[in-house]
Write a protein that binds this ligand. Structure first.
Ligand code: 5MM
Length: 340
């Protein structure tokens, strides 16, 4: 592990008021989104869509790093240029999702644990040779009747910490993603309690596994009411609940928090990030930025629909959404900017 290299990469991922682009949907997830949009679920369609993303003109104006999936990191543009080279030439750092997905946690009905530690050291080495400088692992926590349980939280926290340690050993910055899901009717207070509990356990596990906090990035959910909750708090209330929770749980040595969007609309994901940066501007020990997938990609996917003729318009939509989130990262976003 080279301490300074990890610190430099983490700082580069958070620099210049930019954020991260998650384009690491597994084949299953990508196919589900394609099916919804009427796009054929083929390897070529997935390649063409990812080519559209990585060749978006000016993407690096708002994006410092892009998280790829195993299939994507091996793919090339139509003219034969590896996606990793396209990104690197544009000034975007390539990263890679290394977890193998959330699986049912034995003896804990309704709960998941993320797998993928076996063989991770070898896989990391191969990804580094391909140009990846950071990685991502997502743990999934569900709020429901009697859940999340301590058993589920501890299992996921331990796996996240073991993954992070293996990354740092390989000079790869770990993006640590404990996601408390938005699905359900639960209240914002239930999400706050679950998120606080999860983060306490995650940082305890990171400490136990000797993970260097200065060389990591946290990718959490915002503190939100469930998507089907009858009470939906205001943008400012969400911003306050989210930042208060992180001030209680995330050590100041962590350089940045890059939120997932988790099923929020693009507009809300931008507005809520903006409100946090406006309301807490000078009181935060860490950078607050974005690592969105759907909240950046969705309009572009809807425009593209698998048609070559729609590529330029889809790229403009992608550029626009990324730029809006950069504005939110600076506290400069407002709803009027939604108009292209
Ligand atoms: C929570 O999902 C992550 C962020 O995406 P959103 O901003 O859309 O919530 C995302 O990076 C996710 O981990 C990947 O899309 C991979 O998901 P799957 O389910 O395909 O492993």
């Amino acid at each position: 592990m080279t301490r300074q290299k990890l610190i430099d990469t983490a700082r580069a991922l958070l620099a210049n008021y930019k954020g991260l682009l998650a384009m690491d949907e597994s084949t299953e997830t990508c196919n589900k989104r394609f099916a919804k949009a009427g796009i054929p679920q083929t390897e070529e369609a997935r390649r063409a869509y990812r080519e559209l993303i990585v060749t978006t003109p000016g993407l690096a104006d708002s994006i410092n790093g892009a998280i790829l999936y195993d299939e994507t990191i091996h793919q090339k543009t139509k003219d034969g240029t590896p996606f990793v080279k396209v990104l690197t030439d544009a000034g975007i750092i390539p990263g890679i999702k290394v977890d193998m997905g959330a699986k049912d946690l034995a003896l804990f009905p309704g709960e998941k644990v993320t797998e993928g530690l076996d063989g991770l050291r070898t896989r990391l080495k191969a990804y580094v040779e391909m140009g990846a400088r950071f990685a991502k692992w997502r743990a999934v926590i569900t709020i429901g009747d009697g859940i999340p349980t301590l058993g589920c939280i501890e299992a996921n926290a331990h796996a996240l910490a073991r993954y992070a340690a293996l990354c740092q050993e390989a000079d790869v910055v770990p993006i640590i993603e404990p996601e408390v899901l938005m699905d359900g009717t639960h209240s914002l207070e239930a999400c706050r309690a679950a998120t606080e509990e999860v983060l306490h356990h995650v940082f305890e596990a990171l400490h136990a596994q000797r993970v260097m906090l200065e060389g990591m990035i946290l990718k959490p959910n915002m503190v939100l009411p469930g998507l089907a909750s009858p009470k939906q708090e205001s943008v400012d209330e969400v911003a306050d609940a989210t930042v208060e929770t992180f001030l209680r749980t995330v050590p100041a040595a962590v350089p940045g928090i890059a939120f997932l969007s988790g099923g929020q609309s693009g507009e809300l994901a931008s507005a809520r990030l903006n409100a946090m940066n406006v309301r807490f501007k000078s009181r935060l020990p860490w950078v607050l930025t974005f690592s969105y997938s759907r909240a950046i990609q969705q309009p572009a996917l809807d425009i593209w629909r698998g048609e070559e003729a729609n590529v330029a318009a889809a790229q403009q939509a992608l550029y626009h959404r990324a730029a809006l989130n950069r504005a939110a990262r600076c506290g400069d976003y407002n709803a009027a900017m939604e108009k292209p």
